[in-house]
Design a protein around this ligand. Structure first.
Ligand code: SAM
Length: 213
């Protein structure tokens, strides 16, 4: 499947599922204390004059959480329906339609990029382009928080799984960290939640924090 075809399928899937997804997950951060902790550290390190981007923001509740933590946060998502919902829920915030691999942001213009459960829909061979794009838009010292369904095995990069909305992959923590380093980013910390902490699938869940030096 080519990149374009894959993106269309992801977009169509989330356009169709947007209302249901928002209903299910809009208030879900309260059920994920480990994610909240990782996001709090990200917010502290990204604080400053530059805006931060929630890349693959869905209905925008993480973006709003970042705003509540004091950041100038904005969101981008492939799905027009998701962006419409995000705008409806948070009318005072900036949400745009766009692609992780072609962000509408100038070089070195962001203090932080957060991408939560979004890179899982990118075909693994296209992940390096996404990470290069995150590196491009981050200012020196800017931070990236990458959150994804994970695997501790490093023998391969990705394992497809039966995601309800669109084709998705669990990703090797070690391999993803290696690709981020190849994109020019430096590791700050990694938090790997045990499978038992994921009530839906029972996968490891990774929050990787990297910095642009
Ligand atoms: C599982 S949802 C996560 C939404 C939100 N980050 C959250 O934590 O609830 C995945 C989101 O990533 C978006 N997405 C997937 N691939 C994308 C891409 N290439 N560019 C932008 N958004 C993308 C989808 O449209 C969807 O809204």
């Amino acid at each position: 499947m080519g990149e374009h075809e894959h993106m269309s399928a992801t977009r169509d899937g989330y356009d169709a599922a947007a209302e249901e997804y928002a209903e299910l997950f809009r208030h879900s951060l309260r059920d994920y204390p480990l994610d909240r902790a990782a996001i709090a550290v990200f917010a502290e390190l990204a604080a400053g004059p530059l805006p931060v981007l929630d890349a693959g923001c869905g209905p925008g509740y993480v973006t709003a959480h970042l705003r509540d933590l004091g950041l100038d946060a904005r969101g981008v998502d492939l799905s027009a329906e998701m962006v419409a919902l995000a705008r409806r829920f948070h009318a005072d915030m900036d949400f745009r339609i766009g692609d992780l691999a072609a962000l509408d942001a100038a070089d070195a213009s962001l203090g932080g990029v957060l991408s939560r459960s979004s890179i899982i829909h990118t075909p693994p061979e296209h992940l390096p382009a996404v990470f290069t794009e995150f590196h491009r838009v981050l200012a020196p010292g800017g931070v990236l928080l990458l959150c994804f369904q994970a695997h501790e095995d490093t023998s391969q990069l990705a394992w497809p799984f039966d995601h309800k909305v669109a084709l998705a992959y669990r990703l090797s923590v070690g391999r993803v960290a290696g690709l981020l380093r190849e994109a020019g980013l430096t590791e700050v910390a990694r938090q790997i939640a045990a499978p038992e902490e994921d009530p839906i699938r029972g996968f490891h869940y990774a929050n990787l924090l990297f910095r642009k030096s």
